[in-house]
Ligand binder design. Structure first.
Ligand SMILES: Nc1ncnc2c1ncn2[C@@H]1O[C@H](COP(=O)(O)OP(=O)(O)OP(=O)(O)O)[C@@H](O)[C@H]1O
Ligand SMILES: [Mg+2]
Length: 352
């Protein structure tokens, strides 16, 4: 049984003979490495197990066709449920958001500080956070950077969907460290507390007014707005207004400050993910003494846009239109045909 989960990409839902529901990701036809290296990388990923990471069930390889098989998660991604335009009927109360933030932080801290050699995710964003039936968050697509062709794992073609989550040093110099994941996590934290997407192009009147004040900002309006409210001492204004009964305003503001700390321009000013876990659980104090304006897209967009324009051979267009063009191009270029049914499935282990 097979059903497409995503049309412009290569994700399908299926059912194994044992009745198990799976999600299968078809990797680029043009593979980055030979079969042996691919399997070695896969084995490394499959040995990594944590309650907040999606588990890999198996893989299929035939010619250039490579498919990763994951356990299926019932409640889709944060991008579709919490931040999606249609919003789902799932109620994300404050308690569930705290669990989601903490779970993602724990999963990332595990990849950064427990796994050896450590893994930098490179693509932390709402669509890579999946939710199981109990709304436990599971980070997906970790370790994929090593399996994908360089142009697919690098920001040049993937920047469109990920724009608002990119750390400046990653966007400008392609410098990937654990601290670039911390930056992306910070953006995600702000999104979960505010219920708003940092990468949304549909802006409220207030956001449009803010952008008029900062015309060079083409994205990252949530980050900018959180900073503005922080400076005014009005941080609670950014909390999702749909939260009511169980909302703990002081805790929500603390989470927002942690988000601002994670998105600091200077990487050494960003906490490690293990410290973030401590701050979110309350075991560690949140030291906001030296906090400064987080790095927004405006600080580095020009550079990136210039290099993307070269790569994509784009003519000049006003910034917002340019971004839409890049987004359209990127999603078009990532379209691929779906799986071939003749491929044999190899189970890595029997995880239940
Ligand atoms: N294990 C899974 N269980 C259920 N749904 C999944 C699973 N993995 C992915 N999906 C769904 O498929 C969608 C697409 O996933 P996919 O990883 O292909 O794209 P993406 O995360 O939007 O972007 P990117 O290609 O940059 O990772 C996810 O947003 C989610 O809705
Ligand atoms: Mg993904």
């Amino acid at each position: 049984m097979c059903r497409r989960l995503k049309f412009d990409n290569i994700m399908v839902q299926g059912r194994l003979r044992n009745g198990k529901l799976i999600a299968a990701k078809v990797l680029s036809v043009e593979s980055r490495q030979g079969l042996k290296e691919f399997m070695n990388e896969l084995m490394a990923i499959s040995n990594i197990s944590h309650g907040n990471l999606v588990s890999l069930y198996g893989y299929c390889v035939e010619g250039n066709q490579r498919i990763l098989v994951y356990n299926y998660l019932e409640n889709n991604s944060l991008a579709q449920t919490l931040l999606g335009s249609g919003r789902s009927n799932i109620q994300f109360n404050w308690r569930s958001r705290v669990n989601i933030c903490l779970g993602i932080a724990r999963g990332l801290a595990y990849l950064h500080d427990t796994v050896t050699p450590h893994i930098v995710h490179r693509d932390i964003k709402a669509s890579n956070i999946l939710l199981d039936k109990d709304l436990t968050p599971k980070i997906s697509d970790f370790g994929l950077a090593k399996l994908l062709p360089p142009n697919a794992s690098h920001i040049s073609t993937r920047v469109a969907g990920t724009l608002g989550y990119l750390a400046p040093e990653y966007a400008i110099r392609g410098q990937v460290t654990r601290k670039s994941d911390v930056y992306s996590f910070g953006v995600l934290l702000l999104e979960i507390v505010s219920g708003r997407s940092n990468t949304s192009t549909r802006l409220s009147y207030e956001d449009q007014m803010l952008l008029e004040k900062f015309p060079e900002v083409t994205n990252g309006v949530l980050l900018l707005q959180t900073w503005m409210y922080y400076e005014r001492g009005d941080l609670e204004k950014i909390i999702d207004s749909s939260l009511s009964d169980d909302l703990d305003v002081a805790q929500a503001c603390k989470f927002l400050i942690v988000g601002l700390l994670c998105t600091q321009d200077i990487t050494r000013h960003r906490p490690t993910m293990s410290s973030v876990v401590g701050m979110l659980t309350g075991e560690k104090d949140v030291d906001s003494g030296n906090i400064s304006k987080p790095a927004t897209i405006s600080d580095f967009m020009d550079l990136k846009v210039r290099s993307m324009r070269r790569e994509n051979n784009l003519a000049f267009a006003p910034s917002n239109r340019l971004i839409s063009t890049i987004m359209a191009q990127a999603s078009h270029s990532s379209s691929q045909e779906t799986t071939r049914s003749s491929i044999t499935f190899t189970s890595i282990s029997d995880r239940e």
